[in-house]
Design a protein around this ligand. Structure first.
Ligand SMILES: NC(=O)c1ccc[n+]([C@@H]2O[C@H](COP(=O)([O-])OP(=O)(O)OC[C@H]3O[C@@H](n4cnc5c(N)ncnc54)[C@H](OP(=O)(O)O)[C@@H]3O)[C@@H](O)[C@H]2O)c1
Length: 337
């Protein structure tokens, strides 16, 4: 397995998205099971873990930090070898009355406490807040880097214009945008800019919230109050069926390569770009290892070209996109801006 770089931060080529252990995909597992899942991923060779202060059941304020606590407990023995990424939301009131840097610092301190650490490797602004100057956020993040409290910083769900502005002030290590075989918007400008500027691209929902595994069916139940799949555009009942040709294509390659659909979808993006480090998420210990195992699935040049050509010919039904700001709602996913 060849390691990859997010800016100057070295990570395993696939990371573990930890969100589902606390939020977003229905009932959550028992904490002991979740801790073990993270430790098993580490033993398998995963050194990159993604969490956020917001990840807790139903994203309720009182559940804030639920996921960070699990990640911190699981990784405390391996802290030096694990790269931990977390994210904050910047509330307008707080930033205006206390100052942007002070707000960043106060959220970071709480995250560090829950993560049982005195530094965070990668600190993302979860969504740009249009009411707070991004320049001040970039400067504040720069100060946190100088102080040794974070190793690098990043932005999430941002277009290239915002990335450029921020990167000029304090170089970014990573951009975390949605990216998968059915959400390819970042290929046009964001990834080329990141490649040129030594910025890693960390795709979230790289398996399209499970769709690309082929295991989500039109009758799969998303009714749980904390299941984001009811908002995922490609997972509308009619789109699950209309997008079937993509699953057929993945199945063909999975059989050829003795792997799984999810693994092919991850191997495809690893082959395509050297600065891409996907963070698939699962609540299931076996699937977490299956997804990480995609780093062993090598597509030859001709296999990749044929897959890419076939994919380019298939129309995708449903699109969320990657231009989102603070205050947006899941109900807006996929709606034209
Ligand atoms: N920056 C942001 O705004 C943002 C937004 C969303 C997510 N994230 C981060 O990105 C990570 C990954 O995104 P995600 O969890 O939304 O999407 P994902 O990894 O594309 O998909 C997760 C879903 O796919 C299923 N799944 C995963 N691997 C599978 C496999 N091998 N076979 C069958 N089903 C499989 C999971 O089900 P099971 O659990 O049942 O296996 C779960 O329902 C999150 O954990 C989080 O850390 C960030």
């Amino acid at each position: 397995m060849n390691k990859r770089k997010l800016g100057d931060i070295e990570v395993s080529p696939i990371g573990m998205g930890c969100m589902g252990l606390s939020h977003g995909y229905g009932d959550i597992p028992d904490e002991k099971y979740s801790i073990k899942a993270i430790q098993k991923a580490y033993e398998f060779g995963c050194t990159f873990y993604d969490t956020a202060e917001a990840y807790g059941p139903n994203l309720l304020a009182e559940n804030m930090g639920h996921n960070e606590k699990i990640v911190g407990e699981a990784l405390k023995e391996y802290r030096q070898d694990a790269v931990i990424a977390t994210k904050l939301h910047l509330p307008e009131e707080e930033a205006k009355s206390n100052g942007v840097y002070e707000t960043l610092l106060s959220h970071l301190k709480k995250s560090m406490e829950r993560l049982q650490t005195d530094y965070v490797d990668l600190y993302y602004l979860h969504r740009v807040n249009q009411k707070i100057p991004l320049e001040e956020v970039a400067e504040g993040m720069g100060k946190l880097i100088e102080e040794g409290l974070i190793r690098g910083w990043g932005l999430s769900q941002v277009p290239v214009r915002i990335i450029e502005n921020a990167h000029e002030i304090t170089p970014l290590s990573a951009v975390q945008n949605i990216y998968s075989m059915v959400e390819r918007g970042v290929e046009a400008e964001v990834i080329p800019y990141c490649l040129e500027n030594n910025i890693g691209l960390v795709p979230f929902s790289p398996i399209a919230s499970g769709f690309l595994s082929g295991k989500v069916k039109a009758n799969t139940d998303f009714s749980h109050s904390d299941d984001v799949r009811k908002f995922v555009p490609q997972l509308k009942k009619e789109n699950i069926e209309a997008n079937r040709p993509i699953i057929d294509l993945l199945e063909e390659y999975a059989e050829k390569k003795n792997s799984t659909n999810a693994q092919i979808s991850l191997a495809w993006m690893l082959h395509k770009y050297p600065n891409v480090v996907p963070i698939p998420g699962s609540k299931n210990q076996e699937r977490i290892l299956e997804n990480l195992g995609a780093w062993n699935v090598e597509l030859s040049k001709s296999e990749f070209s044929a897959l890419e050509d076939a994919l380019n010919k298939i129309e995708v039904h449903g699109y969320r996109g990657f231009n989102e700001t603070e205050g947006g709602s899941m109900e807006d996913w996929g709606k034209k801006k």
